[in-house]
Write a protein that binds this ligand. Sequence first.
Ligand code: ZN
Length: 120
Amino acid sequence: MASMTMTRALALAEKAGLKVAGATTINGTRVYAVPSHSDAGHVHLVTIANGVAECDCKGYQYRGLCSHAAVAYAAYEMEVKADAARRQAAADAADREDAASAYADDNGFDRGDYLEYRGM
Ligand SMILES: [Zn+2]
């Protein structure tokens, strides 16, 4: 049984031009559709649960990793990073709002007064 690293699997996937064609969430599990490289018209389904990617192809059954799982996992990581960035931006905005409210309270005016002062 040949061993394969995620890095090597991803390199093979990129060489073969494999890309995630679609993704959805079913019962909390991310599912990615990755078109087969060898069998045109066939799509492999990769599920990612608890950070582990599993593919329905034979390669995955033999090696526990395949190029489909690699591209799906790479897409999943990008989604996780984008989610974290969105959450951080929302938290930063909330912090700014809190700071503005605290400043207004400390200085004896409320938001309504401020908006009136600004002619809004
Ligand atoms: Zn596969």
